[in-house]
Design a protein around this ligand. Structure first.
Ligand SMILES: *Cc1c(COP(=O)(O)O)cnc(C)c1O
Length: 350
């Protein structure tokens, strides 16, 4: 079976795009001592020079960290949200094309589709939040450009079997985006291992979760070089500021995320076991991420009780497929104890 070249799915105006060329794009190296090419202030402030628009050093570090090539990498300075929006702008013709997504899932995929005037088709996960590959593929027509998969999925918490995801990638004549924001907590390995085998696969990751840098707003997309190059063309020229590039580089080289991830995994289990025994709790959904989706007897009331005691969780009661559910991030052991004691107390007061 031969599949179309993924570049065939790209919007014609993007394929034809002549990207903006910055002063620093035109600079091809040399022993420069006087920089008068970019209309910057010459007075040193620590911030007076434009940053590297291609984030070369950062890409070298991320390539080493992730075991990919620099040509596979896009880095976004507005988190994964930037990569999500760019995917629409690269592949989807407003008012014409559509995308397919699992449901329930991360809300930004739909908001970004709506902003870009792209039809968003939802295919419900089954009762146990499993992927129905055939149903997903059956939702596609000739204008379906993308399928969104999030694994481990937010807000359900479960990861999909890699074989199922690969089956979607192999069968779908379009781009499959797999959001791996929670991959560091998953029992399954990242699909980065097979990135080279699937030219229509885009994988997204972030530094916001296990890396503990949500405030920096650093997201990544990994794809075949031809697609990664399109991200580079369409992005804002200086989309990652200089201090952020330096800070992230420093932290990649000095941080070991393993101890905190280990604690989160053992706390996830402890929190799940404690909650599962409580009368206010109907069911704790299995989680492969750093949060638990918990079905309770009265989600709104428990949500309010938690807030009254200084704890905020995410109320998913009004999300289709998550009725009666709260999403609780695994915190520190002390924080989890606090959640446990409030949920316990809530029940005894009813
Ligand atoms: C938290 C999260 C992200 C990360 O978003 P950033 O914009 O990188 O902070 C991406 N995808 C999903 C599904 C998430 O839950």
């Amino acid at each position: 079976m031969t599949k179309p070249n993924p570049l065939d799915y790209v919007r014609p105006n993007i394929l034809a795009l002549e990207p903006y060329s910055t002063a620093r794009d035109e600079f091809k190296g040399g022993d420069i001592e006087v920089w008068v090419d970019a209309n910057e202030s010459p007075y040193p402030s620590g911030l007076n020079r434009y940053p590297d628009p291609h984030q070369k050093k950062l890409k070298e570090a991320i390539a080493r960290l992730k075991g990919v090539r620099e040509e596979n990498i896009f880095i976004g300075g507005a988190g994964s949200d930037e990569a999500i929006d760019l995917v629409y702008r690269i592949f989807c013709r407003p008012g014409v094309d559509n995308v397919i997504s699992i449901a329930p899932t991360y809300g930004v995929y739909q908001v970004s589709a709506d902003i870009n005037d792209i039809e968003f088709r939802k295919v419900a996960l089954d009762e146990a939040y499993n992927l129905d590959v055939d149903k997903l593929l059956a939702a596609a027509d000739e204008n379906s450009k993308l399928i969104w998969l999030c694994s481990p999925n937010n807000p359900t918490g479960n990861a999909f079997a890699p074989e199922d995801i690969i089956r979607v990638v192999e069968k779908f004549n379009g781009i499959v985006v797999v959001d791996e924001a929670y991959i560091d907590y998953s029992p399954y390995p990242s699909l980065l291992n097979v990135l080279d085998d699937y030219p229509n696969l885009i994988i997204m990751q972030t530094f916001s979760k296990a890396w503990g840098m949500a405030s920096l707003r650093m997201g990544m997309a990994f794809a075949a070089p031809g697609i990664a190059e399109l991200f580079a063309r369409v992005k804002y020229p200086y989309n990652v500021n200089g201090p952020t590039q330096e800070e992230l580089l420093r932290r990649i080289e000095t941080t070991d995320i393993a101890p905190n991830v280990r604690e989160t995994l053992s706390e996830r289990r402890r929190l799940a076991e404690a909650l599962a025994g409580m009368p206010a709790v109907v069911e704790v959904k299995p989680s492969d991420a750093n949060f638990l989706l918990v079905r309770v007897t009265d989600a709104d009331a428990l949500y309010d009780a938690l807030i009254a005691d200084g704890v905020i969780v995410r109320n998913r009661n009004r999300v289709r497929g998550c009725e009666g559910c709260l999403r609780i991030t695994v915190g520190t052991p002390v924080e989890n104890d606090r959640v446990i004691s409030i949920v316990k107390k809530f029940q005894t007061e009813e």
